[in-house]
Write a protein that binds this ligand. Structure first.
Ligand code: MG
Length: 187
């Protein structure tokens, strides 16, 4: 592959690898869906877990999200294997609080559905519910420095998607009830 002109990106391969690596690292769509449920159930009491998972799948279908997941998981794994250069090796292995690049990478996922994802991401990062608690348990062997932020970011992005779509549904309903385009402001 020394000639760059022969490189061809295989999008399906990227999507498949993302799904496979998330599973290998112990994270399921259902677990991320539960985080979404936690973030959104107060705003949309009728929301189901299946609906949350559908929104998680939609986030996972985005290439920029897949890229962030693969990059983060790879760095976690290299840290587990002790293959990073010092001092980065120790910073990622020990989830150094002042490192911060794990959160920055995760923000590229949060951004996919607009800025309201930031609030959800901040909340989930602070309280670390569900699968995030498990990912943050340290056993001196497994490293999830990047993956915990990535999973939180996927849940935050899926929550934003739900919020945007529910708002659009509500507006469409209100418009239909008020007689379509012939609302009071229409001349
Ligand atoms: Mg982290």
């Amino acid at each position: 592959m020394s000639d760059p002109s022969v490189y061809r990106l295989n999008s399906k391969e990227v999507a498949r690898a993302t799904e496979e690596w998330l599973a290998k690292r112990g994270v399921t769509k259902g677990q991320i869906g539960q985080l979404v449920m936690l973030l959104q159930k107060d705003y949309f009491p009728e929301l189901t877990l299946d609906e949350c998972i559908v929104n998680v799948e939609s986030v996972l279908s985005k290439r920029e999200v897949q890229n962030a997941i693969l990059t983060g998981i790879q760095l976690d794994m290299l840290a587990e294997e002790g293959k990073l250069l010092p001092p980065l090796q120790n910073m990622i292995f020990n989830d150094e609080g002042l490192y911060g690049c794990d959160e920055v990478l995760a923000l590229s996922i949060v951004n996919v559905y607009g800025s309201i994802g930031f609030t959800n991401f901040g909340y989930i990062d602070k309280f670390k519910p569900g699968v995030l608690k498990k990912l943050n348990e340290r056993n001196g062997k497994d490293v999830h420095t990047f993956l915990d932020d990535i999973v939180g970011a996927i849940a935050a992005a899926a929550s934003s998607r739900i919020a945007h779509r529910k708002q659009a549904e509500r507006e469409a309903m209100e418009e239909a009830l008020s007689g379509g385009d012939s609302g009071p402001d229409t001349p």
